[in-house]
Write a protein that binds this ligand. Sequence first.
Ligand SMILES: Nc1ncnc2c1ncn2[C@@H]1O[C@H](COP(=O)(O)OP(=O)(O)OP(=O)(O)O)[C@@H](O)[C@H]1O
Ligand SMILES: [Mg+2]
Length: 353
Amino acid sequence: MSDAPSPSVVLSNIRHRYGRLTAVDDVSLSVAAREVVCIVGPSGCGKSTLLRLISGLETVQAGTIAVEGATLATPDRSLPPERRPVGMMFQDFALFPHLTVAGNIAFGQTDRPRAERKRRVAELLETMALARYADAYPHTLSGGQQQRVALARAMARDPKVLLLDEPFSALDEQLRRSVREEVVRIIRASGIATIVVTHDPEEAMEMGNRVVVMEAGRIVQADTPVTLYHRPANSFVARLFGEVNRFEATVRDGALDTPLGRLPAPALPSGTRVEVACRVEDLELTAPGARPNAVPVRVRHSSFLGASTRVCLDLPGGGPEIHARLPGHVDVQAGQELAAVVDAARVMVFPAG
Ligand SMILES: Nc1ncnc2c1ncn2[C@@H]1O[C@H](COP(=O)(O)OP(=O)(O)OP(=O)(O)O)[C@@H](O)[C@H]1O
Ligand SMILES: [Mg+2]
């Protein structure tokens, strides 16, 4: 017996066009029970379309969608949304203003006996710490409470898959953090396979067992947050998860000459054009002359950001502006002469272009 969790949702070669625009382009993805997968990517890359296809709000044009071994949708056969074991929560929660909290949660369970519906609503009110608000109307609740009602409503039919589309974007920064932790706790305790769409790479890394990066309708990389950050598939993924310094370079005798010095590139033949990327926090700043392979730099300006300080640096002979990120308590002054060193092991090299 293998310990690998069996997939709950399986998307195979999904493609979706709106007229001539291909919004989802040959996407295959499996999400296991107990797994939270976050989809991140720029606006318009097809994230919501993918969720709408799983929930049945869009018809599958190519490919198949299955949940726990049962096919939900192919181009020829499609279960209507209300018969799919899928719970969906949208960005704006869309609570019914004329229904109480309990009424909102009960909505959509009409196919169940009344007693069972009541029991499930009571259970969810308890789980979401909303019991005392059962008879309240949505407009009397805080943003975080409304969010929990929306989540309870999505979970009311005991879905096998939960889909959350930008679930926290309507909340302010502070509330967002606490509501997010709470929601993750509830989802993990429920064990439901969950897909969360977000714009925010940090949110994706915090919530997801795995993070899927989409660009222009395609999955570019699907990996754990650690792997995505340290071993991005390409320069786009590298930049999505944090600021990088980028240079074009050509391999010569197993090395690369960059504005930050000579770096090893042993696996590549001479003449290969590459893009070299180095995360801003991987650039170490020292006193001039303190390290033999350090490159002299001058501080153009620095911005104190609390937890960190972002430093903008000029190279003496001109060339690209370099950025570094230091702990916030480090004091750096404009005009200061320093030296920059990059740890060769942390430099990322991608094919040029
Ligand atoms: N109903 C529609 N008709 C035509 N084009 C659509 C429709 N819905 C989405 N699109 C287009 O399909 C592409 C993907 O849209 P989608 O909503 O999936 O993107 P998204 O990744 O969710 O973006 P965002 O982060 O802005 O929510 C976009 O170019 C969008 O303009
Ligand atoms: Mg969207």
